[in-house]
Design a protein around this ligand. Sequence first.
Ligand SMILES: Cc1cc2nc3c(=O)[nH]c(=O)nc-3n(C[C@H](O)[C@H](O)[C@H](O)COP(=O)(O)OP(=O)(O)OC[C@H]3O[C@@H](n4cnc5c(N)ncnc54)[C@H](O)[C@@H]3O)c2cc1C
Length: 113
Amino acid sequence: MRLPEGVVFLITRRKQFGPTTFLWDVQAPDVARAARPGHFVMARIDEHGERIPFTVADFNVHQGTVTVVIQAVGKTTFEMMALREGDTILDFIGPLGLPSQSTSLFWQENSNN
Ligand SMILES: Cc1cc2nc3c(=O)[nH]c(=O)nc-3n(C[C@H](O)[C@H](O)[C@H](O)COP(=O)(O)OP(=O)(O)OC[C@H]3O[C@@H](n4cnc5c(N)ncnc54)[C@H](O)[C@@H]3O)c2cc1C
């Protein structure tokens, strides 16, 4: 789906966990609605930037936000670490990949009996 011109993605929350690790909540209602554990997104700061994959750490359909936890290791992730709450990025595309398959522990334990 092509988004209307001028659409950007707002960083609604930012939390620093350590010298190079931080969290973003990004306003992306369509991604939040479709996200499942195991999916990833592609984020890009601006038109000159590189697209970077991040795992969906959490999502909140009610707030329309998707959480990613980022470790700065190179050029783009250090540029991302400099962004603050209220800043926007150009792309936040997803969800991509295949959701994780999980089986209930209760079912596994009882299926052996
Ligand atoms: C499906 C998927 C999901 C991911 N999910 C997450 C996630 O949830 N959170 C997260 O933090 N990361 C995640 N990653 C990893 C993340 O995408 C990378 O850390 C990111 O692309 C790095 O981009 P960068 O531009 O910051 O680093 P780059 O500049 O591309 O550098 C990456 C690495 O290469 C090294 N490097 C760069 N240039 C050189 C050079 N010339 N010589 C030697 N070494 C060099 C850097 O030191 C660094 O270790 C995921 C990756 C994939 C594929």
